[in-house]
Write a protein that binds this ligand. Structure first.
Ligand code: E4P
Length: 217
């Protein structure tokens, strides 16, 4: 399972990259706004900076919601760097645009996916990545992980080439369960990635080893 970081924060991207386990980055308009990135030029420059930091796929989301505008915006985003993947929302014109991008050699990430039906449409249109939002499904009182399991099965049975990119991660346990359920990629905030490191018995064990090492020093 590949690890992407879900942020537009440069320090956090650097920290995950320094750990040596980072395969890519996903962003969205809310994450950009959180970093105070305003205006098309600033947004494009920010993507350039991220592409220089991380050698891997970087998802850049369109704001447009109509076919022609999605295509135009997506072409400009894709021209920033070879590793840019155009993130397109799961709407009717979005599916149509994903097919256009597929036919024209531009890779896409279909975002805001909440059902198997939506994922099947995105796969048929040729999306490179499909992003089910498991945390937001959990927030509504359902079980987001069931969707990852269902998609793993459907994609295997049908031989779809799209990668399942589990998004809207809220905890280290989400990451573990995504690995179990067969997600191809998980995109996560830094704290959930770092949460995977933690176990109290590791801390206790290390303290004891260090204490005993002093005895034989
Ligand atoms: C996916 O690419 C989105 O950026 C993201 O995972 C959304 O997560 P949220 O529900 O925490 O906003």
């Amino acid at each position: 399972m590949k690890f992407f970081i879900d942020t537009a924060n440069i320090d956090q991207i650097k920290e995950a990259h320094d750990l040596g386990i980072l395969d890519g980055v996903t962003t969205n308009p809310s994450l950009m706004a959180k970093e105070g990135i305003k205006g098309k030029e600033a947004v494009f420059n920010h993507y350039k900076t991220i592409c220089q930091l991380v050698e891997g796929d970087i998802s850049a989301e369109v704001i447009a919601t109509t076919f022609n505008e999605i295509v135009e915006e997506g072409k400009s985003l894709a021209a920033i760097h070879k590793n840019i993947v155009v993130k397109v929302p799961m709407i009717k014109d979005g599916v149509k645009a994903i097919k256009w991008f597929t036919d024209n050699g531009i890779r896409t990430n279909c975002t805001l996916v909440f059902s198997a039906g939506q994922a099947i449409l995105a796969a048929k249109a040729g999306a490179a990545y499909i992003s089910p939002f498991i945390g937001r499904i959990d927030d509504g009182g359902w079980d987001g992980m069931l969707l990852i399991e269902q998609l793993s099965l459907i994609f295997q049975v049908q031989g779809y080439k799209s990668e399942i990119l589990a998004a809207s991660i809220r905890s280290p346990n989400h990451i573990i369960r995504c690995a179990e359920a067969g997600a191809d990629v998980v995109t996560s905030p830094l704290d959930s990635i770092l949460g995977l490191l933690k176990h109290p018995l590791t801390d206790i064990g290390l303290a004891k080893f260090l204490e005993d090492a002093k005895k034989s020093a």
